[in-house]
Design a protein around this ligand. Sequence first.
Ligand code: NCD
Length: 310
Amino acid sequence: MAGQGFLNRDILSTKDFSRAELDLIFNTAKDVEENPGRYRNTLTDKRVALLFLEPSTRTYGSFEASAVNLGCKILSNRNPAVTSITKGETLHDTIKMIESYDTDCIILRDRRMGSSRFAAEVTDLPVINGGSGSREHPTQAMLDLYTILKERGEIDRVSMGFVGDLRYGRTCSSLSYALAGFDDVEISFIAPPILQVRREVEIYLEQRGVSYTKSTELRGAIPGLDVLYVTRIQKERFPDPTDYERIKGSYVVDNSVLALGEEGLGVMHPLPRVDELSPEVDSTGHAWYFSQAANGVPVRTALLSLVLGG
Ligand code: NCD
């Protein structure tokens, strides 16, 4: 398949992708779902390094499953506690070492802001950001958009609510940047003041003419939404733990909240959830979050295929 500008490309931020490029990813992901045999074992000569220095279930697992589908060899390092980073090794040196192991691509998750962009400057290999600090998680945003496309038929004209930790949650900013490339999108940011969306995200949306509102009250924001994107409070990213203690449990999405919305209101969540999304929602038609997570495999298979030239 022609990479059309994707070959050996870094995937660092959703800001770097045009709508046409996102469409290519979605079309490829759809093809992966419809014709899996076309992709199976097409990249048996490629070696993919999974360097996950923060906890992960879905991002790691779906990249691994995608690499396995494509027949890639996997070099895995997912426990920072047993790497030389605990001895004080820099990210620069870690990336240089991985590069020397005859790798074709590095998929990195790291708690530090800007870590993937830094890694991409250190190495000529393509770097895929699997989550960097509290700012960016581009491949999550791509699978989120793909989910909206599959469930609604289009991304344009979506009325999107984000609730939860919009300050430290990297999925919210990456998805907001990506949504700005679509037509007539409306965003409602719902959060306690100390967890509201960061100003830099607002500026990005304002520059692109995306209409958005901010509120603290969940129930009042529900009517008229097409999608409610729920996020976990990022306990591990709070500079002051007393702020977390004060704010935890401050909103819960359950069936009584969703009853205020439209019948077709979809609930998304990047997962893991803690207590912000009641399990009673799981058995309702609102629950998109498990199929959203499953969409990680076709989207990441598509990305690896495009970047590695499958
Ligand atoms: C998210 C992350 O790591 O940013 N999880 C994921 O990748 N699906 C969300 C979170 O940890 O809250």
